[in-house]
Ligand binder design. Structure first.
Ligand SMILES: Nc1ncnc2c1ncn2[C@@H]1O[C@H](COP(=O)(O)OP(=O)(O)OP(=O)(O)O)[C@@H](O)[C@H]1O
Ligand SMILES: [Mg+2]
Ligand SMILES: [Zn+2]
Ligand SMILES: [Zn+2]
Length: 667
């Protein structure tokens, strides 16, 4: 407690330092001064879609893997603006579509004069993308100016009279679009027009705008509520009855410009759940998108420049599209699909992000737990192709090497993805939110685990995830019985399921740990094998150190390894010679030669060891009271390998007993 005052002083310095780094928030000048600024940096006067487009481009782009490019997206890139916030190839396509729209909209082409609608299944990042754009605008380094006191914080160049615009537009390198708002018009008429009628528009004061959703400047949000009671004034503002008496009808002073569209002028309006709103709102927005105007009753049109960014979920959209009455509206919407992702690695990144943002931080998440959940989630989203089974498709999509693929069968990954897209792949299935719910269940059960009354492990392991996902089906409405059955099969059936895949993974994981613990035996196997094949190749005999006698090379010893990797009898001689060729190469290049550096031998030795060790592993896993010091040491070494890989003692032990159980059953 004694250092309170010092601390306060330090804080003060920190604050001052921060403030001195922040860009100036105040600028004062008139339109003439502003025009000089525009001449230097025309982007400060960009239309809103261009401002947003530039903001995203400024962060840069990155090339993407060729395997995720599909027809129509040959020019796909990743926009770094969304780094660490958005993941996944399919979302990347959605963002690319948004960028195409912004480009068209910046140029005011017909395509761009529409409402942008993000359509996707629940929890596919539609809201997240919208929010990132809004937050981005608030932080964007391109300053925005407006006519001082304008309730629509409008672009100052609007004050340039129509007849002079062409010349100024050319000089400043910008397109001047839009009529002055009624308030600023009145201001000019009353305060910047002299007795002879000369308009001194260039003297009108200009100020910096702080783009801020909270201050309701340039960022608006419209959320539909009860369609009967929700009023259009929420979008376009309203007449103030009290002031009509004072100023008369259609006087701007009797109007309150607080509609979301007016708020959003110069930036973006997020239109949440667009299709839940009454159709009258759609028409206002369409005019705004099409003509850049809004019209209030008994009031001149007002120019509005804003990106209309709306979103809706897939189900609502299907309903809307099915309704003939809405046909006129369809054309006025630019639909961008935001599906879920199809790659395990991206899905895992989403979960990692959600975990980092949540209260999961005090629970240990074991290796492969998120992968297993992600595998399941993406599997449920796939179209069942006749060309390939789902598990293989999952690996292929994820960029994992598959033999069939390498051999160039009659499909390739691009065609496979295109086929999937044609069947609306990733628009139906399990959402990231479903998976986080499953994690929450484990978390909720954690306390029970500690008192030993529940079947979860206390960490979040892959098996916990599988169990919890299965339990979550019970709490989830919206999946019918047939779907549920399919999901169960994908999750836990004996073959081609997530659980089956995980069994193999777990076995490999434990094998590698044990093989590592038995390194010395692997070395022995290798030495013995080399000794024998050398004698075999040279037609020599081997001195037996025990008996002191010479004997023929031992075929059994050699074949025991070779059979592990399927070397047939008639190819064994070539295989053996091949090893010496490899060894000679290694020697001449000065690189190491051991069983670890020659892949076929490594595989063979590991497999042989594992086969020999099966009983040992099962035993030492099952019996932790083994007193043989050598066995205990090896068990500890295996455990350490698992700890190094990110397991904790608790989940490592669970893994060992799971694998012990599998091996026992296989024996
Ligand atoms: N592709 C993705 N990349 C990163 N995070 C994602 C992705 N998809 C979903 N999420 C995360 O999942 C959560 C839900 O996403 P969000 O609320 O944006 O979805 P939505 O599409 O608006 O869903 P809804 O239709 O239910 O409103 C968010 O925390 C979001 O960050
Ligand atoms: Mg949403
Ligand atoms: Zn104005
Ligand atoms: Zn653990």
């Amino acid at each position: 407690m004694e250092n309170v005052y010092n601390t306060t002083e330090d804080f003060r310095e920190l604050v001052l330092a921060q403030q001195s780094e922040a860009p100036p928030a105040i600028w004062s000048g008139n339109l003439l001064d502003y025009m000089k600024l525009v001449e230097k940096s025309p982007e400060i006067a960009s239309l809103s879609p261009a401002r947003i487009y530039n903001m995203i481009m400024k962060a840069g782009t990155e090339p993407v893997e060729d395997s995720i490019k599909t027809k129509g997206y040959e020019d796909l890139v990743w926009y770094k603006f969304f780094d660490n916030k958005i993941f996944g190839n399919r979302t990347a396509e959605g963002i690319h579509d948004i960028m195409r729209f912004l480009k068209a909209s910046s140029k005011r082409t017909e395509t761009g004069k529409r409402i942008l609608v993000l359509v996707g299944p629940v929890s596919s990042a539609k809201s997240t993308i919208s929010t990132l754009i809004k937050r981005g605008l608030e932080k964007d380094g391109t300053p925005k100016y407006c006519i001082a006191g304008c309730p629509l914080h409008e672009e100052p160049l609007h004050a340039i009279p129509l007849e002079n615009r062409e010349m100024w537009g050319e000089k400043l390198g910008v397109k001047i679009e839009g009529e002055l708002c009624p308030v600023c018009q009145l201001n000019i008429d009353q305060n910047f027009t002299d007795n002879e009628g000369k308009v001194k528009w260039h003297e009108i004061p200009v100020e910096l705008v702080k783009i801020s959703e909270q201050r309701r400047q340039c960022i608006g949000t419209f959320t539909p509520s009860d369609p009967k009671s929700q009023d259009i004034s929420e979008l376009i503002g309203s007449v103030n009855m009290g002031k009509i008496a004072m100023y008369g009808e259609s006087d701007p002073r009797a109007y309150t410009f607080d509609g979301e569209l007016q708020v959003a002028n110069g930036g973006v309006i997020e239109y949440i759940e667009i299709l839940k709103a009454d159709i009258k709102f759609h028409y206002v927005l369409i005019t705004a998108a099409q003509e850049q105007t809004v019209k209030a009753p008994r009031f001149p049109q007002m120019y509005i420049d804003t990106l209309i960014l709306s979103h809706t979920n897939q189900t609502e959209f299907e309903k809307f599209r099915g309704n003939k009455e809405n046909e006129a509206l369809h054309d006025r919407m630019y639909v961008v699909k935001i599906p879920w992702n199809d790659r395990v690695k991206d899905e895992v990144k989403i979960y990692e992000k959600l975990i980092a943002e949540s209260e999961f931080t005090d629970v240990h998440i074991s290796p492969q737990a998120l992968e297993v959940a992600a595998q399941f989630a993406v599997l449920t989203r796939y179209h069942e192709s006749e060309k390939i089974n789902l598990i293989k498709k999952m690996k292929l999509y994820n960029g994992e090497y598959l033999e069939e693929f390498a051999k160039g069968k009659d499909f390739d990954i691009h065609k496979l993805r295109e086929e999937g897209k044609a069947h609306e792949e990733c628009m139906e299935g399990i959402s990231p939110r479903f998976v986080t719910n499953a994690m929450n269940i484990i978390l909720g059960a954690k306390d029970k685990v500690e008192t030993g009354t529940d079947k979860y492990t206390g960490c979040i392991t892959a098996l916990d995830m599988i169990r919890s996902i299965r339990n979550t089906f019970d709490h989830h409405i919206g999946h019918d019985e047939k779907q549920r059955q399919r999901y169960e099969e994908l999750l836990t059936s004996d073959k081609d399921s997530i659980l089956a895949e995980y069994r193999e993974f777990a076995k490999r994981e434990v094998s590698t740990a044990f093989v590592h613990a038995y390194d010395d035996q692997a070395d022995e196997l290798f030495a013995r094998y080399m000794l024998n094949i050398k004698a075999d190749c040279k037609n020599e005999t081997i001195l037996d150190s025990l008996t002191g006698e010479y004997k023929e090379p031992d075929e059994d010893i050699m074949r025991a390894l070779e059979e592990q990797i399927g070397i047939p009898q008639d190819a064994k001689k070539d295989f053996r010679k091949g090893i010496f060729v490899y060894q000679a190469d290694a020697l001449s290049q000065g690189t190491e030669f051991s069983w670890k550096t020659y892949k076929p031998l490594k595989d063979a030795i590991q497999k042989k060891l594992m086969a020999d060790l099966k009983n040992v592993v099962t035993l030492s896993i099952a019996d932790t009271t083994i007193t043989n010091p050598k066995a205990t040491k090896r068990r500890e070494k295996a455990l350490q390998t698992l700890l190094d890989k990110g397991y904790c003692e608790n989940c490592a032990k669970h893994l060992l007993s799971f694998v012990g159980e599998i091996l026992r059953r296989e024996n």
